[in-house]
Design a protein around this ligand. Structure first.
Ligand code: NAP
Ligand code: MG
Length: 617
């Protein structure tokens, strides 16, 4: 054996973190948990287990929340809301500071418990999940204090239903609870079925911080518990983080209910390396982008796009680096990749890989060994695939990287944007001009230059396209938990069909055909079909006719909107001036608009006028 081989085969041993404190905490709770409602834990019932994915052992039994449990939690939150929202921002900030400090004091317990329940490396829970969680509460304590100054005329929603996934259990809880509380809302949160433990420890922190009862309620359970939260009539806003599939279900379920909604969904983010990039840094960037948290990261850089001129060299170096990644016990302080959260997720990943293999491509698995027990998957690199390959298009949510090449910046942009998702992107180049040209053309909510997976509580995070909408973090994240003060008053105005309205005389249809045209591409156009539809007032009388648009009209409108995309390139100042001009015109013709609103909805003249005035504002 030469010296190189000796080093390669050296067994470095392990450096396990002691799990005794976390195991003792579980023992003290009897390894059985109820829900946390109105400041207390309920009696455990309808139990399911939460397991340690590193060895398959059961950690605790958890209650599966029923409709009745959700009802009680929502009632408690509604009862707590008037007092909590009436506190001054300064008062609410004190609770958020206290929570932050208590998590900080118990950081080690939280980190080990998170690693036990989720399977992520202790290095990551200790150095990323928990510190970011703490920072999130500190940061939002600041927002609570500045609320009235920074968000005048804004009010909290009321009760927020919050549903989170298993990949960053405590951090996602912080992203949801900290801004909601800072804004004056009360919450009912459901952690993921696989990873409820740190949320339950957090419930104890709320008690220790003296948080008023009912402000935070935690109901554990599966998807059906989540659905009960989504469908509850007395919840004012739903904030969801999870898969695009469930996000779509929630969007349909909340449509037309008047509930606020924010969705943080899946992704398939591009990691773009130009030929002039610092290659060694970019290789480390790939490791952070796709092998952080076993690749179970919504914004994982799972599509590697490398400029053709350096493709071979880059992939060769990447394979060498992959072979050095250590996959193993999550509690070992010296491992890079831990366990996959559950055997079901392992099977999801494997079945996607099998499906992908049928579509061709070169598959490279890292050389390192896997532990004998537990749920693990080797880091994998797939190359030589077409952009339509299923593994390029679908979110895998595991340690699997797909690589493609591009010839020039335009091709890189086209490949990067060829996705239903738009969560994040990472651009690598030593040429600042090139990077600044690329960044605004990428359709992604968050874009990193010469780095990846960077987070801070003060920076908004969220998606585009099927990656969702709404932002978490910073001022944008705060505004997701606030709404204009007038909305409460507006609701009845829009919904109410007053008696007097029914009596309002509707203008008779003129004998001359006055079918209103459509507005496409900056001009008025007739519908393709030539058919029209009646517009009726609340008494059922026809008051006008409009074109019945068909597929061709929609196609033309979408094409025109695409051409109009350069609107986004105009300066914000110019856009503001044009919008201001529109408002001026609307103001000039406000009586005309108000009359039409009265005629078609039956609203009184005063209400209709107020509605127009609000639009102008
Ligand atoms: P998921 O299956 O959508 O589940 C997310 C949460 O929703 C879980 O608590 C789940 O309960 C619950 N749920 C399931 N069905 C529901 C329904 N019909 N109504 C209401 N709630 C329901 O997602 P996941 O597999 O846990 O997490 C992975 C996904 O989250 C990935 O797609 C990832 O990209 C995304 N993610 C996005 C972000 C972001 O910020 N954009 C961050 C992290 C993760 P159970 O636990 O019982 O299934
Ligand atoms: Mg678990």
């Amino acid at each position: 054996m030469d010296i190189k081989e000796i080093f390669e085969n050296l067994d470095y041993g392990t450096a396990p973190e002691d799990a005794k404190q976390a195991q003792n905490w579980l023992d003290e709770q009897g390894r059985k948990f109820g829900h946390f409602i109105n400041g207390e834990f309920t009696k455990p019932s309808k139990l399911f287990t939460s397991n340690n994915p590193a060895n398959g052992n059961e950690l605790a039994k958890i209650s599966n929340g029923t409709k009745q449990d959700v009802n009680i939690a929502v009632k408690a939150a509604n009862e707590a809301f008037p007092k909590w929202s009436a506190l001054s921002g300064f008062e609410r900030a004190k609770y958020l500071y206290a929570i932050a400090r208590l998590i900080q004091k118990n950081a080690r317990l939280f980190a080990v418990l998170e690693t036990l329940d989720n399977g992520k490396p202790i290095r990551e829970s200790r150095d990323a999940d928990i510190p970011l969680t703490i920072r999130h509460f500190y940061h939002h304590a600041g927002w609570a204090q500045h609320l009235t100054k920074e968000f005048p005329e804004q009010v909290p929603y009321g009760v927020c239903g919050q549903i989170i996934p298993w990949n960053f259990p405590l951090l996602m809880l912080a992203w949801k609870i900290a801004p909601a509380l800072a804004a004056g809302n009360c919450v009912v949160l459901k952690p993921a079925e696989y990873t409820p433990l740190t949320a339950l420890l957090f419930a104890q922190i709320c008690v220790a911080a003296g948080l008023p009862k009912g402000v935070v309620n935690i109901v554990t359970g599966d998807g059906t518990t989540g659905a009960c939260i989504v469908e509850h009539d007395d919840i004012d806003k739903i904030a969801f983080t999870g898969s695009t599939k469930v996000g779509k279900i929630i969007r349909k379920a909340t449509a037309g209910t008047g509930k606020g909604l924010s969705l943080e969904l899946g992704g398939k983010s591009p990691f773009i390396v130009f030929e002039d990039a610092d290659i060694d840094s970019a290789i480390e960037g790939v490791v952070d982008a796709i092998w952080f948290n076993q690749g179970e990261v919504c914004c994982a850089g799972s599509r590697l796009l490398v400029q053709e001129s350096i493709e071979q060299k880059f992939l060769k170096k990447l394979k060498v680096r992959m072979d050095k990644l250590r996959v193993g016990s999550p509690l070992d302080k010296s491992i890079d990749i831990g366990a996959i959260v559950d055997i079901a997720q392992v099977k999801n990943i494997q079945s996607l890989l099998e499906k992908g293999k049928e579509a061709g491509g070169n598959f490279y698995e890292s050389k390192g060994k896997l532990p004998n027990q537990g749920h693990y998957i080797k880091p994998t690199l797939i190359s030589n695939v077409s952009p339509s390959h299923p593994l390029v298009q679908e979110e895998i949510f595991g340690p699997i990287l797909v690589a493609m090449s591009f010839r020039n910046p335009d091709e890189a942009i086209a490949l990067a944007n060829n996705s239903i998702f738009g969560l994040a992107a990472s651009v690598w180049s030593e040429n600042l001009n090139l990077a600044l040209d690329i960044v605004p053309r990428l359709k992604a909510g968050v874009i990193w230059v010469n780095c990846a997976t960077q987070f801070d509580a003060s920076v908004g995070f969220g998606g585009y396209k099927q990656s969702g909408f709404g932002r978490e973090g910073g001022a944008e994240g705060m505004s997701a938990y606030l709404k204009p003060a007038f909305e409460k008053k507006l609701k009845p105005q829009i919904l109410e069909k007053s008696q007097s309205a029914k009596k309002t005389e509707a203008s008779p249809i003129s004998t001359i055909d006055k079918t209103a045209k459509m507005f496409i591409g900056g001009k008025q156009v007739r519908g393709d079909s030539g058919y029209s539809l009646d517009v009726k007032n609340t008494s059922g009388q026809n008051i006008a006719q409009v074109c019945a648009g068909n597929r061709k009209d929609i196609r033309n409108a979408v094409e025109a909107a695409r051409k109009g995309l350069s609107w986004g390139d105009k300066t914000a100042h110019l856009r503001a001036q044009i919008i201001y001009y529109l408002a001026e015109n609307l103001d000039y013709r406000k009586d005309e608009f108000a009359t039409r609103i009265s005629q078609s909805t039956g609203a009184s003249a005063t209400k209709a006028k107020r509605e127009v005035e609000l639009s102008i504002e």
